[in-house]
Ligand binder design. Structure first.
Ligand code: PHE
Length: 337
């Protein structure tokens, strides 16, 4: 009897050892270790043994064999489960370091490219980069720029107001800056002349998007305040910038215009080598009221300022038909630049 038990146990252990799937283990569990399993059936034969000692010894041997088989099944099940999980992880693994064919590197958005090149060109001309907040006060955006309450020019800036009342302030005086010109005021207030800065940044107007307008766009502001600055310095700077940014085949001109914060004021245009003129932005000599609002004495100092659209420049430079295309983030469009 004992030999039979040992033989049954060893045969069972071999079967378990070679089982290579979880459902195989499940079947073996029933057949080998279950209530009606091979080892349990041996128990029925205990009655045929002669002595109590022999029965006891055989019963114990059967229980030990069942325990050993159960233990082996558990171990095998755990091992197969781990192997299966490992295989699944391996199968579902994404190798993020792997690429097929040519690696495709991203690059800066075309407006960012224009922004950065503009900074480079102006830094090359001796300017420093300044910045200011996108959420502005009415005072910095209008009042200090010689556009007092009720000034008709305010109407040209379709202003988006922010629901925020500053401590001690009035409702409706917090807004999204409509141009980068408030950075002129902030720079004059926090530094001493001579001032040579450009301030690129995001601006906002209550506009319906179309081929040439977006409610959010970008401008670059320029401000120079020094002794004896004249309109000739302004024209020279615009011309130097035009050649440096667009190329030596381009030229520029100023046309009389009006802005409350400059006097005299002008629009500046650039001319393509093919003769076409493109309107780029506004400029002029900083109005004495604006210098005063910035804490600068107009008797001692004078200056010029300019402002133009970065998106418009990127559009012109790359021949983009519709400015909205620059903001739909269609990779097929963006990767061309
Ligand atoms: N801020 C003006 C605008 O947005 C442009 C400008 C800037 C004009 C500086 C003159 C001087 O239209």
């Amino acid at each position: 009897m004992l030999t039979e038990i040992t033989a049954a146990r060893d045969a069972a252990l071999v079967e378990i050892e070679v089982a290579d799937a979880l459902d195989h283990i499940a079947a073996l569990t029933t057949r080998l270790a279950g209530k009606k399993g091979e080892l349990s059936l041996l128990k029925r034969q205990l009655g045929s043994l002669d002595t109590v000692e022999a029965k006891k010894a055989a019963g114990q041997a059967i229980n030990e064999a069942i325990a050993a088989v159960g233990e082996a099944l558990d171990q095998r099940r755990r091992l197969l489960t781990m192997e299966m999980l490992a295989a699944r992880v391996e199968a579902e693994r994404l190798d993020l370091t792997e690429f097929v064919g040519k690696p495709s590197r991203g690059h800066a958005h075309l407006v960012t490219q224009a922004w950065e090149r503009l900074e480079d060109v102006f830094i090359g001309l001796g300017f420093r980069v300044a910045e200011g907040p996108e959420v502005e006060t009415d005072w910095h955006n209008f009042e200090a720029l010689n556009m007092g309450e009720g000034h008709p020019a305010r109407g040209e800036f379709d202003t988006l107001f922010v629901d925020h009342v500053p401590p001690g302030g009035k409702p409706g005086t917090t807004l999204l800056r409509t141009h980068t010109s408030p950075v002129q005021i902030r720079t004059m207030l926090n530094s001493e002349p001579p001032i040579y800065i450009v301030a690129p940044g995001r601006v906002f107007r209550r506009d319906t998007p179309d081929a040439t307008h977006m409610p959010v766009f970008h401008q670059i502001e320029g401000l120079v305040v020094d002794r004896g600055i004249t309109m000739a310095d302004l024209a020279g700077t615009i011309e130097a910038f035009t050649k440096a940014f667009f190329g030596s085949g381009f030229t520029s001109r100023l046309r009389p215009s009006y802005f409350p914060f400059t006097e005299p004021s002008a629009e500046f245009d650039i001319q393509r080598p093919n003769g076409d003129w493109i309107e780029l932005g506004g400029c002029g000599m900083v109005h004495p009221n604006v210098l005063r609002a910035g804490g600068i004495d107009p008797e001692e100092w004078s200056g010029f300022a300019f402002g133009f659209g970065i998106d418009r420049m990127a559009k012109e430079r790359h021949g983009v038909e519709d400015i909205r295309e620059m903001y739909t983030n269609d990779i097929r469009f963006l990767e061309q630049f």
